[in-house]
Ligand binder design. Structure first.
Ligand SMILES: C[S@@+](CC[C@H](N)C(=O)[O-])C[C@H]1O[C@@H](n2cnc3c(N)ncnc32)[C@H](O)[C@@H]1O
Length: 283
């Protein structure tokens, strides 16, 4: 089959299976199978696929039509301009999470650290938050943890690929339990925040393919916030910041848990949806 015919057939298959952005997905997967840029598909539309390429393309098109995210097939996702490896052990980094990085960098402009600046990223997944922050701040050493050992393997691999392995220390930890008595200037987290009660409203590819521990947090989505906020309060230095991503409907519930903090502020995303809450531990 020729390249253009293969893309057209995959496009039709994706339309029939309600795959979002069907042409883009058909092209991305063929680029992945051929190891070529998009321009190649348009320059040589009549080029014939080899039998091996055809069979590999059929395989990945079937996987995508079953709901498997393109990023788990290609193994990559861009975040903060950096290329991250992803596997089904980690949440695929989302563009809206970049607001977490922006918030941290903005708060840092006004922040005077007490001694060495210490930050921790809780629930690091692919490592995207810790590694993006480290890439922006060449002097910074940052801690990062996750309850999933498989996620930590991916995060460590990303640190090495990005040349940041000496500046990001990963630990296996249930929230802050592996850091007893340690004090931080910034506690940062994009925790799981979808309620099990909302599971049927979540996209199929999230519900069925992304790790449950990365997505769901109790019936209402609040379980991790309820544990994380008091732990962060105990671990923050006076004047330090807790910065957390929030779900589209959780702003008020999260703010209600932030008693003991001051300067509580919310950042909205490009659609005007509240995305990040930052709160300062009073001096
Ligand atoms: C929403 S994902 C965020 C991943 C990554 N930080 C990002 O922004 O793409 C939440 C992460 O928290 C981790 N997690 C869930 N419960 C945890 C806990 N009790 N302690 C530490 N990490 C936890 C999950 O394994 C997952 O990697």
């Amino acid at each position: 089959m020729q390249l253009k015919q293969a893309v057209d057939a995959a496009y039709q298959h994706f339309l029939d299976h309600d795959v979002p952005s069907p042409r883009l997905n058909a092209e991305l997967l063929l680029m992945f199978v051929l190891g070529r840029a998009r321009a190649y598909l348009y320059t040589y539309p009549e080029c014939e696929l080899t039998p091996q390429e055809q069979s590999r393309y059929d395989e990945v098109v079937r996987a995508r039509a079953r709901g498997c995210p393109t990023q788990y097939i290609t193994g990559h996702q861009e975040f903060w301009g950096l290329d991250f490896i992803v596997s089904p052990a980690v949440l695929i980094p989302r563009p809206e999470t970049e607001h977490v990085i922006e918030t941290v960098l903005e708060l840092l402009k006004q922040y005077e650290p007490h001694g060495r600046l210490r930050m921790i990223d809780i629930g690091t997944g692919s490592g995207c938050i810790a590694l993006a922050v480290a890439s922006e701040l060449p002097q910074l050493e940052i801690d990062a943890c996750d309850i999933s050992e498989h996620a930590l393997e991916v995060a460590c691999a990303n640190a090495v690929r990005l040349g940041l392995e000496k500046r990001v220390q990963f630990r296996h930890s249930d929230l802050l339990s592996a850091y007893p008595g340690e004090q931080f200037d910034f506690v940062i987290s994009n925790p799981p925040y979808v309620g099990e009660s909302e599971a049927d409203k979540v996209q199929k590819q999230v519900r069925e393919f992304e790790p449950k521990t990365a997505v769901f947090s109790g019936w209402e989505g609040m379980e991790i916030y309820k544990r994380l906020i008091p732990q962060a309060q105990a671990a923050l230095k006076r004047g330090g910041w807790l910065v957390m991503e929030i779900g589209y409907s959780t702003e008020e519930k999260v703010r209600n848990l932030l008693t003991g903090f001051s300067d509580v502020q919310t950042t909205t995303d490009l659609q005007g949806i509240p995305r990040v809450v930052a709160a300062r531990l009073s001096n």
